[in-house]
Ligand binder design. Structure first.
Ligand code: AMP
Length: 400
């Protein structure tokens, strides 16, 4: 699979619509608390400006109900973009209304226009073709640089691609970087290839585990999902998070790992508490003896050591999902230590998932990672082996 990238199509002096993912966290005063997603889109935007394009940007933010809602305006995004680009960014008062259409029509070379939140239009999440047609009409070229929403068949991601032929649509730099990294991980990993999978539930990651099994040399499981596997092995997991209806699946995954010669690692000890609270009393327990009424909420010191050793010599590491309830300091230690270990490894290190990306940031390890994916849901779907609807239309046909 190969994506057609922005560099492969002619964009000079054209009017370009770039679908971005500016869905950034904001505090109660509307201040942007983390602008990584905006900064990640800058290379594509600057490339277009340098090619004398008129640049129309579209993004969603939050989950408004299909009509204008001041709580979800992109005004703060426009301001931050203006600061980062060091040039004026006009904000349209609507998405495909009179204001947006007239501003888009009058937009000159090198100028930048941001449309209002795409989800102010109900057609966006419905993948509505007539809404997509109106968006498409504003521009000569369509660029998708919104990896974080490329797993959604939404109008500005999927339906819109039907209005541009192959010479007029492509992936931006961010989208192609994301897709290429995951493609390499899944199709041509450096070996030994170790996947570290954590997070809350097996149900959310079962398909990804199944798709990874034929590709990895080692699979390390942490977080809440480990307890379903431990219970399948007959261990005493106390009141830890267990999905009883998935015990059979967990057993099947472990048998498949054994059949394929994949080394399968589970925690051997955990930090336990009776409640997920900052001041909760904690104890260490081995995963064979978690007392009734106690929950495993982080990996313990013996597990940290075991996992560290299992990571030795890895040439490629994929990490998705925290090792514990890292949002509470008391249960963050295991995840942070694993983050440091992965960061210091010489392997190619790929981090996916919103929580894991935050964690790596908190552990101050972000600069040491080879690649941190900006999209949680989209990266998980790639690990599950799915083709993302927003990406399919940008593939170069016939190239594997
Ligand atoms: P996910 O969205 O599936 O990647 O899961 C991330 C969430 O898993 C985080 O919010 C963690 O607090 C939670 N988590 C990690 N370990 C545990 C655990 N042992 N018990 C309960 N929740 C956990």
């Amino acid at each position: 699979m190969q994506l057609r990238t922005i560099k492969e199509i002619e964009i000079t002096e054209k009017k370009v619509f770039i679908r971005c993912d500016f869905n950034v966290p904001q505090d109660e005063f509307g201040n942007i608390t983390d602008d990584r997603r905006i900064r990640s889109a800058l290379s594509t935007i600057r490339y277009c400006i340098d090619h004398d394009c008129a640049v129309i940007l579209g993004s969603h933010s939050g989950r408004p109900k299909g009509s204008f809602d001041p709580k979800f305006t992109l005004e703060p995004v426009a301001k931050r973009l203006q600061t980062l680009l060091k040039r004026e960014v006009a904000l349209a008062g609507d998405v495909i209304g009179e204001d947006a259409c007239s501003k888009a029509a009058a937009l000159g070379r090198g100028e930048v226009l941001l449309l209002e939140n795409l989800r102010f239009e109900p057609g966006e999440t419905q993948n509505d073709e007539s809404f997509a047609a109106k968006l498409a009409k504003m521009a000569d070229v369509y660029i998708n640089d919104a990896f974080g929403v490329s797993h959604r068949a939404h109008a500005s991601v999927e339906a819109i691609t039907r209005f541009f032929d192959d010479a007029h649509k492509a992936a931006g730099f961010l989208l192609s970087k994301e897709i290429n990294f995951f493609h390499k991980v899944l199709q041509n990993p450096a070996r030994p290839f170790v996947a570290v999978i954590g997070g809350s539930k097996v149900s959310g990651k079962l398909q990804a585990l199944e798709n990874l099994l034929p590709r990895v040399d080692k699979l390390i499981i942490g977080g809440g999902m480990a307890f379903t596997f431990l219970k399948a092995l007959g261990e005493e997991v106390g009141s830890s998070l267990v999905e009883n209806d998935l015990i059979e699946d967990a057993r099947r995954v472990m048998e498949e790992a054994k059949r394929r010669g994949v080394k399968f690692y589970l925690p051997v000890d955990v930090v336990c508490a009776q409640a997920i609270e900052p001041n909760a009393v904690t104890i260490y327990a081995t995963t064979k003896e978690i007392p009734q009424g106690w929950m495993g909420l982080d990996i313990g010191p013996a597990t940290t050591r075991l996992f560290r050793e299992a990571l030795d010599g890895a040439q490629m590491i994929l990490w998705n999902g925290p090792m514990g309830v890292f949002e509470v300091d008391k249960f963050a230690k295991g995840s942070i230590k694993i983050s440091h270990r992965i960061a210091e490894s010489h392997a190619t290190k790929i981090v996916g998932g919103g929580d894991t990306a935050d964690l790596v940031q908190r552990a101050d390890d972000a600069d040491e990672m080879s690649f941190i994916s900006t999209g949680g849901g989209a990266s998980l779907e790639l690990l599950e082996g799915k083709t993302l609807p927003g990406v399919k239309a940008l593939e170069i046909k016939g190239v594997v």
